[in-house]
Design a protein around this ligand. Sequence first.
Ligand code: PLP
Length: 356
Amino acid sequence: MTKHNFGAGPGILPKQALEKSAQAVLDLNGSGLSILEISHRSKDFDDILAKTKSLVKELLNVPDNYSILFLQGGASTQFAMVPMNLLPQGGKAAYVESGVWASKAAKEAKLFGEVELVASSKDRNFCYVPSGYSIPKDVAYLHLTSNNTIYGTQMSSFPESPVPVVCDMSSDIFSRPVDVSNFDLIYAGAQKNMGPAGVTLVIMKNDICGKAGRKIPTMLDYQTHIDNDSLFNTPPVFPIYVCMATLEWLKEIGGVPAIEKTNKEKAELLYSEIDSNPLFKGTADKESRSKMNVCFLLERPELEESFSSLLKANGIIGLKGHRSVGGFRASLYNALPVSSVEFLVSLMRDFAKSNG
Ligand SMILES: *Cc1c(COP(=O)(O)O)cnc(C)c1O
């Protein structure tokens, strides 16, 4: 049976990238060695790292005065690394609390300085993206989360900021064009939209380090990784390879503008079914809806079990909502084909017919 993977992360990857990566595990470029057993200082890996970096740079139009780093520890380690490196001793940072990932980021920042929550959508279980807040000028940076994976909300635009902006783009990076020059630092765990777990992408302005005035452990100091081109220690060789293969695929299909179009099409298909089908309702406010994670409930919760069985019987994977929202969440990451969304929509229609 064909599987349709709507999982929120680790999420679906392009088949082409999986095949290429599987081959590299067996025999990298006819070398007779596996990608898993070569030195990270070898010419082969040099080429892989350079290629991955250049794809990130090209696909996101990263300006020349930015570094592109491949780190470990997930987005969750960035929650601490950002304030450790960028929040001066005794200084203040502004956070927008748009979900639990944002809350977790703010919690880590409090270990290093003062945190001003400039806006929060906690009052309605994060079902909308806060807007209309003012950004203080006396803070080291403003921290945003572009897409709130758990609640299915997404920033449709970014605020004009008088201070440097740091953004967690874990779950929508490479899904739509962003102007990197508006951010001082962008980070993303790979496993939502660009590759497997185990590598974290950081895109940062070169000159923002060294101002925090505290001692930073070597591995947690961005400068270490800038100076050593992500090769201070052994980087996550294989996850980087899979990211490379995924970004090659993205480039081949037309890059970020092309995938944005497809992502819009998928989201419109599903939201229009949710809005027109009497059995379902969306959980996020319409103007805050995410094109990556679509959260919805059944109007009659007693039908949840039978809808879940229908999904399972038809090879739909990963649609269960996060425990803090309940219901269902369909993640429409880049590699998910439109046909999978069409199939889900057809099942929702059938379900309405048999339960109308
Ligand atoms: C998944 C996710 C995280 C956590 O990522 P890890 O790599 O597991 O630490 C952080 N922020 C957002 C927006 C996420 O979607």
